[in-house]
Design a protein around this ligand. Structure first.
Ligand SMILES: C[S@@+](CC[C@H](N)C(=O)[O-])C[C@H]1O[C@@H](n2cnc3c(N)ncnc32)[C@H](O)[C@@H]1O
Length: 226
């Protein structure tokens, strides 16, 4: 289906849910993940950093991250976790490359989808991609990630993915000072993040949403006795 900024997304009729905001898939992705996440981490790590995406889906976030990384000259290790890969016929119906005016990089978008799962690929100079077919609930990485794009379907459809149990896993994945961004601004989500130790900010949301959340892992100083 078409969203308000002219970019397409995938609609799930059974849930009446989309992979992206109806108010503009590309606009939402840039606002939430690039401007509020990528650019924030870039302030401190301008030679390179690692990103975990929760829900690789259509690859839109991976592709715009590649475009930004190229523009800003930063090296990215990108790990996309996804339990239900989108079939390639569906991917070919999406108009992201043309809407982004990125036809020169069409091959990069295609390679992001056609390369194998579970292995690291050098998609372009400075951009390494691993797609991992895995349930979010099974993620066990520790202290390896600088930035998480938390882009699961809404809590009304998958409440189990917006709990302290999942955010605890995200907290453990992140390095100290690591950042998680998500389009959600629900109070219950914010409290679940705080419960596991995140410092949470409410930021202005993308078109159609008042707010979004950014959570930062600030390690508490160790208390020494004696
Ligand atoms: C909102 S969509 C992601 C959109 C994606 N970031 C993009 O730009 O296209 C959520 C994604 O999470 C995946 N997903 C849903 N439940 C999952 C689970 N329990 N474990 C892993 N992936 C899951 C879906 O298949 C879907 O691709």
């Amino acid at each position: 289906m078409m969203t308000s900024d002219g970019s397409t997304t995938i609609h799930l009729p059974d849930w009446n849910e989309q992979y992206h905001s109806k108010h503009g898939a590309i606009q939402e992705a840039y606002h939430v993940f690039i401007r509020s996440g990528f650019d924030k981490v870039l302030e401190c790590k301008n030679d390179g950093f690692s990103i975990l995406e929760i829900g690789f889906g259509t690859g839109l976030n991976a592709f715009i991250t590649f475009l930004e990384a190229k523009k800003k000259g930063v090296n990215i290790h990108y790990l996309g976790v996804e339990a239900y890969p989108v079939v390639y016929e569906e991917i070919q119906k999406l108009n992201y490359v043309s809407e982004l005016g990125a036809e020169k990089n069409q091959v990069i978008f295609d390679n992001m989808h056609t390369t194998s799962w579970g292995e690291q690929h050098f998609i372009a100079e400075g951009f390494k991609l691993i797609k991992r077919k895995q349930f979010f609930q099974d993620i066990q990485d520790q202290n390896t990630v600088d930035l998480i794009y938390f882009d699961a379907f809404g809590a009304e459809h998958q409440p189990q993915l917006w709990t302290a149990t999942i955010f605890q896993k995200m907290f453990v994945c992140l390095k100290s000072e690591g950042v998680l961004v998500t389009y959600s601004a629900k109070g219950s989500v914010r409290r679940a993040m705080q419960e596991v130790g995140f410092i949470v900010e409410r930021l202005p949301g993308p078109p159609g949403k008042r707010e979004m959340l950014r959570a930062t892992k600030i390690d508490q100083p160790e208390i020494t006795h004696g």
